[in-house]
Ligand binder design. Structure first.
Ligand code: DGJ
Length: 747
């Protein structure tokens, strides 16, 4: 396990179930050898097979079979005969773009430390088996060094990769592209999977067969985005939830990215991922280094559940803030869909009183509490209480909410400014824009230049003051627009194309300062719903608002897609009012909660206006969730029936405790069917030798529940449907059923 280097410079990275192999080629470049299921005895001659083919550029005539054109490579460059897209590109002062990084030496250290001031993976030091290999390469002509970092996380079958360029010369060079990693796989027999979408339909799962040429997923929005998540997977043709080979790739970065799979003319596949080279150029001055964000690589032959469990375990133990990771998260009431901008202290206290009575633990005051903000046109940037709504200020309101025995949280949108605000009037130069060019507002707002230290300092002060004044327990950090007219008044012209990256660095810096100064404040990130749900932000904010679409049926696809990479403990999921504010769909309170249970439960509706029956139901829901919170938030998540399969009418999933004694499964059906086929629901992950009860009833062998499944009676009752005395409003559509599975005895 771990890292082994052979005398002839083969690097063997081994996890519990995978091998990742590369070597130093005779040209001094690094060659990729193999990534996939664990190999006990790699035969390198076989794995590196390379033969002469016609029409290929060769470096040396005496080795006609050696061509970078058809070799698998580790961090490829462009210009010496490899015509596939490279992992990086550098322009030198004389205008040339040829790099020759030759192997120099390597170092192996125990563990992994996080990158300074940047989100990145970490180990438990001596507590786990993580090891890090750095391979150093030199371009002696250009006086540049390149460090390729590989951290091996054996038990999650994850390898984290990044690259760092250092200028040891006397002149600047420009980095035109700096990918986090490249992997050359020997075939293209995969489908490319991606999590794509838009506002209110984030992270839907799409796939397409790999074919010759380039297929890519990217963001140019200076945000990882709802449109494309920084994730791709290459799944084998027969993959399903439990079986099949899959490579998963993710990026610990929240800005514009590019994930690309290029299938070449020998049917090999080069995967590259990193900062989007579009509109990016970095000046690398003498003695400076540029460190790329880290990429996460994983492989599983256990289908989607295997891949996502690797991601979940890795993110939980090696990326999410450990202060929060195992903590049960509070059940919250958020006033956004309850009141929008129309609230005052009295209304919030009334919500708080009812929340407390229902068993809710945290009240989150959303948008509209500051400046003169009564709609979305003003005041972003003026982070002081709107005294017309909150006459006793934040301190007065917070005292009342805390006095009720609730925690108190507040919404901010730190990166933004409204034109109608004191901040804009005082510092128009802090806004990202190009002088004498049109400015493009979005949601009536503009973006602050987070590459400027004075901007970060201002926000740090303003937010710290609010945190202290209101004794905040929680912050929802929203971000509701993408950047246009990307330009900083503070950067020199040759550094303007660094702004996208510097902006994200600024976001991380503010997060770091606040989370360090206020370690007990729980942060939830948000971006018009789940528009920036990525590993970068999860490093600081352990949870994220999954989507503004709170409709239970819509949420099935969103939560399913999101869970492919991100654990349930990161996914905010709220019960909202019906008709739903996004779709006007009416679903039962039961179904809404049974979807939201598989995430971080919250309520986002006017709970002061509930019927008595709904109040009782919500109390029961909260009691249920509290009883099973640890399992629901931190259990192992397993997919059973995909909303993306067949006609998508049925979805099912489950969580199971680490010791396998308890599980909760849910089955959802979008539309009722009269006289349906017979349905059994097959569970996964149970002990085949054990006996289980379901919802306190029956006795079922684990083997039977997994092989034959549990019979699901039809939902649609034709006798009731035709009975005039039956509630005519009752719908059999949008139903859900919950199964509490308990191990009662070994067999
Ligand atoms: C977008 C978020 O996703 C919502 O939850 C809410 O906070 C609004 N912004 C407020 O403007």
């Amino acid at each position: 396990m771990g890292i082994f280097v052979t005398p002839d410079h083969h690097f063997e990275l081994t996890t519990d179930h995978t091998s990742y192999l590369f070597n130093v080629l005779e040209s001094g470049d690094l060659g990729h050898v193999y990534y996939g299921p664990k190999l006990a005895w790699p035969n390198y001659a076989n794995l590196e097979a390379n033969e002469f083919r016609m029409v290929m550029p060769v470096l040396r005539p005496d080795t006609p079979e050696f061509s970078l054109d058809n070799l698998k490579q580790e961090y490829p460059s462009y210009g010496h005969g490899d015509f596939r897209y490279p992992a990086y590109q550098i322009t030198y002062p004389d205008g040339s773009r040829i790099s020759e990084f030759q192997y120099d030496h390597y170092a192996i250290v125990r563990g992994k430390t996080a990158l300074p001031h940047f989100p990145s993976a970490f180990s438990d030091g001596d507590q786990d088996d993580v090891e890090t290999l750095t391979v150093y390469l030199e371009d002696k002509t250009a006086k540049l060094s390149l460090a390729l970092n590989y951290s091996v996380f054996p038990h999650q079958d994850v390898i984290v990769r990044s690259a760092a360029f250092t200028n040891t010369g006397t002149g600047s060079v420009t980095l035109d592209a700096a990918g986090s990693f490249a992997v050359d796989l020997p075939s293209s027999c995969f489908d490319l999977y991606q999590l794509s979408g838009a506002w209110a339909r984030e992270r839907h799962l799409y796939h397409r067969p790999l074919t010759r040429g380039i297929q890519s997923v990217s963001s140019t929005r200076n945000s990882s985005s709802a449109q494309q998540n920084p994730f791709i997977a290459l799944g084998s043709k027969q993959i399903d939830d439990a079986n099949g080979a899959v490579y998963g790739f993710s990026l610990i970065y929240s800005g514009s990215f590019l994930a690309q799979a290029e299938v070449d003319y020998y049917d090999t596949t080069r995967v590259t991922m990193g900062i989007n080279p579009f509109d990016f150029v970095w000046q690398l001055a003498p003695e400076e280094s540029f460190q790329t964000p880290e990429g996460i690589l994983t492989y599983s032959d256990q289908g989607w559940n295997g891949m996502s469990d690797n991601f979940h375990q890795f993110l939980t133990h090696h990326l999410l803030p450990q202060r929060w990771v195992n903590q049960d998260r509070p059940i919250l009431i958020n006033n956004w869909e309850a009141t929008y901008f129309n609230f005052n202290e009295e209304k919030l206290v009334a919500l708080g009183e009812k929340a407390k009575a229902l068993g809710i633990e945290l009240l989150v005051l959303d948008d509209g509490w500051f400046g003169k903000r009564n709609d979305a046109t003003t005041s972003l940037g003026d982070w002081e209480a709107n005294l017309a709504k909150l006459p006793n200020g934040l301190a007065g309101l917070s005292k009342k909410i805390h006095g009720l025995g609730l925690k108190f949280g507040l919404w901010f949108e730190p990166e933004m400014v409204s034109q109608e605000s004191n901040l804009y009037k005082a510092h128009p130069d802090w806004v990202i824009h190009v002088p004498n060019r049109r400015m493009t507002p979005s949601r009536n707002q503009f973006v602050l230049d987070f590459s400027r230290t004075e901007v970060i300092d201002y926000l740090y002060r303003a937010m710290s003051q609010a945190i202290q004044e209101a004794q905040l327990d929680y912050i929802k950090w929203d971000m509701n627009r993408h950047i246009t007219e990307l330009y900083s008044l503070a950067l020199p012209p040759e550094r303007e194309k660094e702004l996208g990256y510097r902006y994200i660095q600024g976001v991380y810096q503010l997060y770091e300062r606040l989370t360090t100064a206020f370690p007990d404040v729980l942060f939830e990130s948000c971006a018009s719903g789940g528009g920036r749900f990525d590993p970068g932000l999860l490093y600081y904010a352990p949870q994220a608002w999954t989507s503004d679409d709170t409709d239970a049926m819509e949420r099935l696809k969103i939560q399913w897609g999101t869970s492919l990479v991100y654990p349930l403990s990161t996914m905010g999921a709220h019960v909202s009012a019906v008709p739903n504010h996004q779709t006007r769909r009416i679903t039962s309170l039961k179904t809404r909660a049974e979807v939201a249970y598989f995430g971080l439960l919250g309520y986002e509706l006017d709970i002061t206006k509930l019927s008595l029956a709904d109040e009782t139901t919500i109390k029961d829901q909260i009691r249920f969730y509290k009883t099973h919170r640890t399992l629901l938030q931190h259990g192992k998540f397993i997919r059973l029936v995909s909303p993306y399969a067949n006609d998508g009418n049925v979805t099912a999933w489950m969580v199971i405790s680490p010791d396998g004694t308890e599980a909760i499964a849910a089955r959802y059906q979008v539309l009722a069917e009269p006289n349906p086929d017979y349905h059994w629901l097959k569970f996964t992950g149970l002990d085949p030798q054990a006996v289980y009860t379901i919802n306190g009833q029956g006795q079922y062998g684990g083997d039977e529940l997994m092989s034959a499944g549990l019979f699901i009676p039809q939902l649609f009752d034709i006798r009731k449907a035709r009975d005039p005395s039956f509630d005519q409003k009752h719908s059999f559509d949008f139903s859900s059923a919950l199964f509490l599975i308990k191990r009662v005895a070994p067999r």
